[in-house]
Design a protein around this ligand. Structure first.
Ligand SMILES: *Cc1c(COP(=O)(O)O)cnc(C)c1O
Length: 797
């Protein structure tokens, strides 16, 4: 990956050409934004040829394609991503610096594209990158939200949501495709005409495509991420306007504007909103119409569709794609219903992401009947079709029941494979949400443990570690991450451990500088960086972490003479705007931070920081800097997690429960290199049934009593001692997430962490072994699992 001068010279020429002819600026007046545009266009130019070649080969060889449907893509910035995969990062830096522009500032100038909430959307982004790297012919479909996830700021410690305007500035990576537009209908009525069913929608919008090329490692393959935006079908109703009905005249424009306006900022509770239903159908219909158009351009017989098309639906949000496919095959192409259903089954795969009943989508039959009357009929017929094939099926397996459409059952019944996202999650799926469907279709559920792309999460985010790995075991790990095992042989080498420590130290110094410059926070890079970054949710238990932090603070004050391990507690994450309990936790963390950080008695020993607006770019800074990774969800509730993977890969040790992919991470890195604590999923279930479990736990845990008393007395909310009484009441009386019951075990595990930290060499060995043994968690492995077990596709390279 050394910069050859010709590459940077050529880039420099391209940048100057784009500055002049695309941006219309001369050097003397170019802003940072202009330079960023010029570099982005120069890099994008180099993606186009591999992209064309890949597309042409897919057509010429008539290859099966994967279509990945997701309502979320958490993409982040693209400059470095593209530059690295083209082998041009150093050349880009050299070219930009030679032009007198600051490289870091230019990179930071790019908005972080947050068209997603958290893990589910980031997974989709990692999978797109891995499919391009592996040369799987694939296309991602999503929604081009005008406003992505909100920007989080804190006012008096409380989260305030402000709009994130990633599209305010020109987005240089995408190509508009006005010719790829499909009409999407809503409402209206269904009638029979000469034996054919005809749906006449009451209103409609166009879905218009915007394509971004996703380039794989070394530029050997490129796929397309196609995001849909809505456009009005009639610009403006002039007749109505002239008749004086100004509001109605603008109705088509309003509908189109709202559909792709916002991302729903809630990733773990289900909210039945008519607009959300329209968004989901909008994505489903545009994508299926596009898939069928492409298929028909080179094929005639729909029976062969499953040989050429695999559609993966990322959670149930795009599940209407299944009835939409059936509708188009039956109503537009004249297939018999059962034949269409059979084709659907061959095409679809469904990834489940949650077992929590409150997160499983269900729509009232009234809402679907109203907005999508033809689909309501088709969903009912699919339910009959399934009932005919499984006459003994229990009522729990029906798609439609109690005037609701259960999207999980629809997705399950429409798909030939259903996968969970970590081994434990898949096993729990079989025993809980889909127990009855699993009994009917024992071959259908498979496991594909999540993964993360090492190109972004090591090569880009942690160039120091990437360099050390390459120096130690050579190139090749970037696409064959299991090669990291080669590092194990070096763990006993003191020089290697020193180099590993130096890389971590540099990551921490970088974060210390950033916290100081951006947030006015000073932290000591010599302290342990103890990191919990993820969406704020009760099940993820940031509350457990902050309570134990307060407990630690009280202990430090009790015993100032002890040789305490200095810690920096780093929190990051957003709460859904309507999620009151999560927002209270944010406020408590910030309130506690203010008091703890101002306490002279614990100065230099304990610091709590919560930089606002956690996103992919912030994750890229924090992953390399973390010593300790907090993965402390209530067992049985985190489907997989991917933050846990990014952190362990970057040499953080995990303190965690037996939940999600933690189970597999612990198996791979070794139990002795992982700080396990807490109830298992089974024990958690049983504990929850014990009356007054929280009260019992609190009574048995004096430190927790003190912590709760301090909060209740207003130690962290001096002007308003009652501020947290609601939170405390919930903890005492409705501790569904078992914070109290796991508190003592968590604190005991933190003591083990301190013990390990005090033996520098031991800690370094453990950290290096984590990196060496995390190769399994590459998203390349996940994609290979999908190719083999779900999609039946072969890579083209
Ligand atoms: C990886 C990632 C997540 C997922 O984190 P979990 O700890 O698995 O919940 C969420 N947000 C961002 C920005 C990420 O990069």
């Amino acid at each position: 990956m050394t910069a050859t001068p010709p590459a940077s010279d050529r880039l420099q020429r391209d940048i100057l050409r784009h500055l002049k002819y695309t941006q219309g600026k001369d050097r003397a007046h170019a802003t940072l934004y202009d330079w960023r545009m010029a570099l982005s266009f120069a890099l994008r130019d180099q993606v186009v040829d591999p992209w064309f070649t890949a597309t042409r080969r897919t057509y010429d060889e008539d290859r099966k394609r994967v279509y990945y449907l997701s309502v979320e893509y958490l993409i982040g910035r693209l400059i470095e991503d593209v530059a690295i995969n083209l082998g041009l990062r150093e050349a880009s830096r050299a070219a930009i610096e030679a032009l007198g522009v600051d490289w870091e500032a230019l990179v930071e100038n790019e908005p972080d594209a947050a068209l997603g909430n958290g893990g589910l959307g980031r997974l989709a982004a990692c999978y797109m990158e891995s499919m391009a790297t592996l040369g799987v012919p694939a296309m991602g479909y999503g929604i081009r939200y005008e406003n992505g996830l909100f920007r989080q700021i804190f006012r008096s410690g409380q989260q305030v949501e402000t709009p994130e305007d990633w599209l305010q500035e020109f987005h240089p990576w995408e190509f508009d495709r006005p010719e790829a537009a499909y009409e999407i209908g809503f409402g209206g009525n269904v009638a029979e005409h000469g034996g054919r069913t005809v749906w006449t929608p009451a209103e409609s919008v166009y879905a218009v495509a915007h394509d971004t090329a996703i380039i794989g490692w070394q530029g050997r393959w490129a796929n397309t991420l196609r995001l849909w935006s809505a456009r009005p079908t009639t610009r403006f109703d002039l007749a109505r306007f002239n008749a004086g009905d100004f509001a109605a005249a603008q109705a088509p424009e309003m509908l189109a504007r709202t559909i792709t306006r916002v991302l729903y900022p809630d990733d773990s509770t289900w909210a039945g909103k008519d607009l959300r239903l329209k968004q989901e159908y909008f994505l489903a219909s545009a994508s299926i119409q596009d898939i069928l158009r492409r298929y028909l351009s080179t094929h005639e017989d729909f029976r062969a569709l499953p040989e050429k098309v695999a559609v993966q639906i990322n959670d149930t949000h795009p599940a209407l794609a299944a009835p939409e496919l059936v509708r188009l095959l039956v109503d537009q192409h004249g297939l018999a219903f059962d034949d269409a259903a059979e084709i659907m089954l061959g095409v679809f795969g469904y990834t489940n992401h949650t077992l929590m009943p409150e997160a499983l989508e269900r729509w009232s039959t009234w809402a679907i009947g109203n907005t999508l009357p033809r689909h309501m009929q088709i969903i009912e017929r699919l339910d009959d079709w399934h009932a005919r094939r499984k006459p003994a099926r229990p009522p729990s397996t029906a798609i439609v029941a109690h005037d609701e459409v259960r999207m999980g059952n629809l997705a399950f019944i429409a798909s030939h494979r259903v996968n969970g996202v970590a081994r434990l999650h898949t096993e729990l799926m079989k025993k809980t949400v889909f127990a009855d469907l699993h009994a009917l279709h024992p071959e259908r559920i498979v496991n594909v443990t999540n993964g993360v792309t090492p190109r972004r999460w090591i090569a880009q985010a942690n160039p120091g570690l990437a360099g050390l790995i390459t120096e130690t075991i050579g190139e090749g790990w970037q696409t064959d991450l299991e090669r990291l095992a080669g590092l194990e042989a070096h763990v006993e080498d003191a020089a290697f451990r020193d180099a590993f420590a130096a890389v971590k130290r540099a990551g921490k110094e970088r974060v210390a500088q950033w916290l100081a410059a951006e947030h006015g926070l000073s932290v000591d890079p010599a302290a342990m960086f103890d990191v919990q970054v993820k969406r704020i949710h009760e099940y993820k238990r940031q509350l457990l972490n902050i309570l134990a932090t307060i407990g630690l603070w009280l202990r430090m004050r009790d015993d100032p003479g002890r040789d305490w391990v200095p810690r920096v507690k780093i929190f990051g994450g957003k709460a859904a705007p309507g999620y009151h309990a999560a927002k209270e936790i944010i406020r408590l963390i910030n309130d506690a931070a203010a008091v703890i950080n101002a306490d002279p008695a614990t100065k230099g020993r304990l610091k709590v920081v919560f930089p606002p607006n956690y996103n992919v770019s912030m994750a890229e800074k924090l992953m390399p800097a973390a010593d300790l990774s907090e993965q402390i969800s209530t067992a049985g509730m985190e489907a997989s997690g991917t933050g846990n993977m990014k952190l362990a890969l970057n040499g953080a040790l995990t303190i965690g429960t037996l939940d999600g992919a933690n189970v597999e991470i612990r198996e791979r890195v070794g139990a002795e290199n992982f700080f396990l604590f807490g109830l298992t999923a089974e024990e958690a279930e049983a504990r929850r049934r014990l009356p007054d479990h929280a009260r019992l736990a609190i009574e048995e845990t004096p430190e927790l009593q003190r912590v709760l008393k301090a909060i209740g007395d207003g130690v962290f909310s001096p002007g308003e001692p009652h501020r947290y009484h609601g939170l405390l009441d919930r903890l005492w009386n409705h501790d569904h997430f078992l914070v109290a019951s796991d508190y003592a075990a968590y604190v005991a595990a933190q003591d083990k962490v301190e013990e390990a930290w005090q033996d520098r060499d031991r800690w370094l060995r453990m950290a290096a072994l984590n990196t060496a043994r995390m190769g399994y968690f590459s998203s390349d492995r996940s994609i290979r699992d999908y190719m083999r077990d779900v999609w039946a596709v072969e890579p083209a390279i």
